[in-house]
Design a protein around this ligand. Structure first.
Ligand code: NA7
Length: 535
C-alpha cells in the first residue's frame, strides 16, 4: 500500500482529511493511478490532530458529511453536533466505501516538491519514502495544518506538561484533579475550557479577546428524516455559508419588535443560526452589527454571576464588529467561568510576562501555579501549511516567495508558476466561512472534472495564467472589503500571527457566487487556464 517510486504516479494527494479522502476517491474513480501521503498515522486530518477534550464540529450533523450517494444512506449520527471522535468513526466508515486508505502512505510528511519543467512532473520528497514522482500534485492539507504557537518567554523551563490543542497526545491527557491553564478562547479554547471546568482542581483561563459565543443547544434527538437529505444537500450549495440556513435578505432596521422576534427565534435555535441565519446586513453595516451585538451581550450577561467578569466577557461596547471573528458554540462555558475554582485573567490588562518553572507569571506579579498548560492559540491558517513545504515551481521559483506578500491564486485552486498543482480547501475560496463538506465537495469535484478534461484531451500540463490570477485575487479583496472583517484582528485575515500579511485571505462573497465563478470557468473551456498537449 505504498506509493510506487519506479514510475510516475498520475496524481499524488497530500493529506487524508475530509478533502483528501474524497479527492483520492474521485481520482481513482477516473481510473488514475493516484495515491496519497499523510503525515499522521491514520486518516482524519483536522480530526486526527485536534483530539483535545471537547473537540467538536460547529456544523449541524446532517450537513457535516459527504453528500455522496450510497454513503449517507447507511450512516446514523448520534447528535446534532458531533464530537471529533464520532467524525473519525464516520470518516472510517466513508473510507470503507471509498476504499482509499490502502492507497495512502501514512507517517509520511511531505517536505518538498519540485516541478520538473521538461517532464511536466512533480518530484516530491518526504521524511519517510524515496522521492515520489507524479504528474499531478493535489494539496489537500486544508487551512489548519499548521498550529500557531506564540512565543512565551520561559516556556522551555516549565516543568508541568504543556500541549497545543492541535498537537494533543493521541493517548490522552488527564485533566482531573490538576491545576490547568488555558491560553486562548477561540473555538478550541472554549471547548477545552468547558471540559477542564468539569474535572480540574483549578482552572485559569488566559483570555485576550472574549469570544462572542452562541448556545450550541446540543441534542441527541434523531436527525432529520433521511428522506429529506437529498434536499438538505442540494440546499446547502445554495446558501451563503454552505449551511442549511441562510441569511435573511432584509435590513435589520425593519423595526425593533420584528427584530427582537427574529433574534429570539435564532437564539432559540442555537448553533450558528444567530450568525449565519440572521439579517444579511449584520456583517456589512455597523448599526445592524450593533443590534446583533447588543442582543448577544444582554443574553450572555444574564448567565455571568461574577460581577467583575461582565465587562471582560461581554463588554458594554463591542471590541470588534460582531461576527467578524469566528464565534464558538458553547454548552456551559459561562457556568464554568462562574465556578469558584476558575479564574479569568484578562491578558489585555495583565499580559503573561513569563512562563516559569511552576506556572505562569503575569505583569502584575501574580504567579499562577499550573500542572498543565493548554495552548489553544490557533493556527497559521491557510498559508502556514504551504510555507512549511519547500515547493518549487517553474524556474525553481519558491511558492513561499510567491505568497510572501499576500496570497495569489486562481479560484483558490491553481497558482501561476506552479503547473499541475491543485490547492484544496485553502485560501481564496469560501473555506473559512463555509460548512467544510460543502466547500470541499465543490472543489474536489471541480478538480476531478478538470483532470478528467485533461485526460480526455491529452493535456499534460495545466497552469493558471497570470492575468486570471491577478483578477481573482483582486476580486477576493474587493468582496472582503465590503464587510466589516477588516475591523477585527482574526485568523481570517492572517492578523493572529505576528509578521503575517494581513489581508482578506478567504472568499467572503458567499458560497453560491464562488460556485458560480468555478462553474463559469469550466463552462467557458477552462477560461484563464493554459494547458499544454502531450502524451
Ligand atoms: P483561534 O480562533 O485562532 O483562537 C486562538 C485563541 O488564542 C484566541 O483567543 C487568541 O486571542 C488566542 N491567542 C493567540 N495568540 C495569543 C497570544 N500570543 N497570547 C494570548 N492569547 C493568544 O483558534 P482555534 O483553534 O480556537 O480555532 C480555529 C478554527 O478552527 C476555528 O475558528 C474553527 O473554524 C476551526 P485573540 O482572539 O487573537 O486575541
Amino acid at each position: 500500500s505504498e506509493a510506487p517510486v519506479d514510475r510516475p504516479l498520475d496524481a499524488l494527494v497530500v493529506g487524508a482529511g475530509v478533502s483528501g479522502l474524497y479527492q483520492l476517491h474521485r481520482l481513482r474513480q477516473l481510473g488514475l493511478d493516484a495515491k496519497g501521503v499523510e503525515a499522521a498515522s491514520d486518516i482524519g486530518g483536522t480530526w486526527y490532530w485536534n483530539c483535545y477534550p471537547g473537540a467538536r464540529v460547529d456544523s449541524d450533523a446532517p450537513i457535516y458529511q459527504y453528500s455522496v450517494e450510497g454513503l449517507w444512506e447507511g450512516w446514523q449520527f448520534s447528535k446534532r453536533f458531533l464530537s471529533g471522535e464520532e467524525i473519525l468513526k464516520y470518516l472510517h466508515y466513508a473510507d470503507e466505501t471509498f476504499g482509499v486508505s490502502r492507497h495512502i502512505r501514512f507517517n509520511t510528511r511531505v517536505l518538498g516538491a519540485r516541478f520538473n519543467d521538461t517532464g511536466n512532473l512533480w518530484e516530491v520528497t518526504t521524511d519517510n519514502s524515496p522521492t515520489i514522482t507524479t504528474r499531478l500534485l493535489v494539496m489537500c492539507i486544508g487551512f489548519a495544518s499548521k498550529p500557531h504557537q506564540p512565543y512565551f518567554k520561559g516556556l522551555e523551563t516549565f516543568r508541568g506538561e504543556w500541549y497545543h490543542t492541535a498537537r494533543w497526545p493521541k493517548s490522552g491527557v488527564e485533566l482531573e484533579g490538576k491545576r490547568v491553564g488555558v491560553i486562548g478562547t477561540g473555538a478550541s479554547g472554549v471547548q477545552v475550557i468547558q471540559e477542564a471546568g468539569k474535572v480540574a482542581k483549578e482552572l485559569v483561563v488566559f483570555q485576550r479577546t472574549p469570544n462572542l459565543t452562541f448556545p450550541m443547544r446540543q441534542s441527541t434527538q434523531a436527525e432529520a428524516s433521511r428522506s429529506i437529505y437529498p434536499d438538505i444537500f442540494r440546499q446547502r450549495t445554495t446558501t451563503f455559508s454552505g449551511f442549511h440556513m441562510d441569511s435573511i435578505p432584509k435590513p435589520s432596521i425593519e423595526g425593533a419588535a420584528a427584530r427582537q422576534a427574529v433574534f429570539d427565534e435564532l437564539w432559540g435555535k442555537g448553533g450558528l443560526e444567530f450568525w449565519l441565519g440572521s439579517y444579511d446586513d449584520t456583517l456589512i453595516n455597523d448599526t445592524a452589527n450593533d443590534y446583533a451585538y447588543a442582543y448577544w451581550r444582554d443574553k450572555v450577561r444574564q448567565r455571568i454571576h461574577k460581577e467583575e467578569l461582565l465587562e471582560k466577557l461581554a463588554p458594554t461596547v463591542k471590541m470588534h464588529p460582531f461576527g467578524t471573528k469566528r464565534p464558538a458554540l458553547e454548552q456551559h462555558f459561562y457556568e464554568v467561568l462562574n465556578q469558584e475554582n476558575v479564574t479569568l485573567v484578562d491578558l489585555n490588562d495583565n499580559p503573561i510576562d513569563e512562563i516559569t518553572f511552576t506556572g505562569a507569571r503575569t505583569k502584575d506579579g501574580t504567579e499562577y501555579a499550573l500542572d498543565l498548560l493548554v495552548m489553544a492559540t490557533g493556527f497559521d491558517s491557510a498559508t502556514g501549511g504551504y510555507n512549511d513545504i519547500e515547493i518549487k515551481g517553474t524556474n525553481g521559483a519558491r511558492f513561499c516567495d510567491k505568497w510572501a506578500s499576500g496570497v495569489k491564486s486562481y479560484l483558490g485552486m491553481l497558482a501561476h508558476g506552479f503547473p499541475n498543482m491543485f490547492i484544496e480547501y485553502g485560501p481564496h475560496s469560501p473555506t473559512a466561512f463555509a460548512n467544510g463538506p460543502t466547500g470541499i465537495e465543490l472543489q474536489v469535484d471541480w478538480i476531478a472534472d478538470c483532470i478528467e478534461y485533461m485526460m480526455k484531451n491529452s493535456l499534460v500540463r495545466i497552469e493558471a495564467n497570470e492575468k486570471a490570477e491577478q483578477d481573482w485575487t483582486r476580486r477576493v479583496h474587493e468582496v472582503g472589503a465590503k464587510g466589516l472583517w477588516n475591523q477585527a484582528k482574526s485568523w481570517y485575515r492572517g492578523a493572529n500571527v505576528p509578521g503575517k500579511v494581513v489581508e482578506d485571505m478567504f472568499w467572503a462573497g458567499g458560497f453560491p457566487s464562488y460556485a458560480k465563478a468555478c462553474k463559469e470557468v469550466a463552462d467557458n473551456g477552462y477560461e484563464g487556464i493554459i494547458f499544454v498537449k502531450g502524451r
